[in-house]
Design a protein around this ligand. Structure first.
Ligand code: NAP
Length: 284
């Protein structure tokens, strides 16, 4: 039976470390850390994420600046705001909550954020840095997954790692981070053939597909570390991962639950990135 990786616990320890360093920098150097969160429109899920980010800022001692813009905000108006925030010295990190309304070009907005304040690590400069392994910010969800794997004591070097999903925010950077730790990495996607056989070879399996119960126990190598990034809302309102937990936990050595696995890590990694940004901007 697999051991459960407790994302809430790992996340709490990351936040505690960020809070301690933030307090220490404030007391010793008068440094204040600030995160600007921009939300456009009334997407209820985005609203929940933004509120959680605000709460996390309070918890670790950051200032948070929220900009809740009307659904009809134009791309130009949003670009103007990003430019103001790029110049605002109180703001160390800028997060524009995605998805944006359809009339706004997300790429144009991401590209306008100063790479030094791009705490989501979505700007092409930061994406390129991740590729070459010379990075300041790691994209939050894959960085959280790396913390969870580390919490199990599993050595990645030399291991067969399989990532299902090739999105820019999860799958691709995830594969890069595993590669930087010398894992032998395979990325799978919707056109992959023999997915089951590929998964069965994985010592470390990271699943980011967005389909409930997509990976079943018979696809998992005995003793594998299984990380379930998926967050799927079932018809009964329950949250469910991409991995069928009941069959998978019988085969894996470690497994993340949903909820309570990867989810809690993402915002904690955002806090860490914001602290890193503040230190870099202060020359620390
Ligand atoms: P996405 O952009 O929709 O990407 C899904 C990926 O899954 C795509 O690369 C797609 O392949 C692949 N896929 C789809 N069907 C497949 C199949 N039958 N076999 C193999 N691969 C298949 O999703 P995402 O943004 O990466 O998110 C993935 C999941 O993680 C979602 O459930 C999301 O809610 C969750 N998520 C959680 C967090 C968190 O904090 N816990 C953060 C971000 C995302 P193609 O490229 O070929 O289409």
């Amino acid at each position: 039976m697999a051991q459960i990786i407790n994302g809430k616990e790992v996340s709490a320890s990351v936040r505690k470390a960020v809070a301690e360093e933030t307090a220490q920098l404030r007391d010793s150097r008068g440094l204040k850390v600030g995160l600007a969160v921009v939300i456009v429109g009334n997407n209820p899920a985005s609203r929940v994420y933004v509120n959680n980010k605000k709460k996390a800022c309070e918890e670790v001692g950051f200032q948070s600046f929220e900009y809740a813009l009307d659904e009809n905000t134009t791309e130009e108006q949003l670009l103007d705001l990003v430019n103001v925030l790029n110049r605002d010295v109180r703001v160390n990190g800028i997060l524009v909550q995605l998805p944006l309304p359809k009339h706004i070009n997300e790429t144009a907005i991401i590209n306008a954020i100063s790479p030094e304040k791009d705490v989501d690590a979505f700007h092409p400069v930061n994406v390129g840095k991740i590729m070459i392994g010379d990075y300041s910010f790691l994209p939050c969800t894959p960085a959280g997954v790396m913390e969870l794997i580390a919490s199990t004591g599993t050595e990645i070097s030399g291991k067969t790692c399989v990532v299902i999903g090739r999105s820019n925010i999860v799958g691709k950077p995830m594969a890069m981070l595993l590669l930087h730790k010398s894992g032998t990495v395979t990325i799978c996607h919707s056109k992959t053939q023999n997915l089951k056989e590929i998964c069965q070879r994985a010592d470390i399996l990271v699943v980011a597909v967005g389909r409930a119960n997509f990976v079943t126990g018979d696809m998992i190598k005995p003793g594998a570390v299984v990380i379930d990034v998926g967050m799927n809302r079932l018809e009964n309102g329950k949250l469910c991962g991409d991995v069928e937990f009941e069959s998978a936990e019988k085969v894996a050595s470690y497994i993340t639950p949903v909820p309570g696995g990867v989810g809690p890590m993402t915002i904690s990694m955002l806090m860490r990135n914001t602290l890193t940004a503040a230190k870099q901007q202060a020359g620390i």
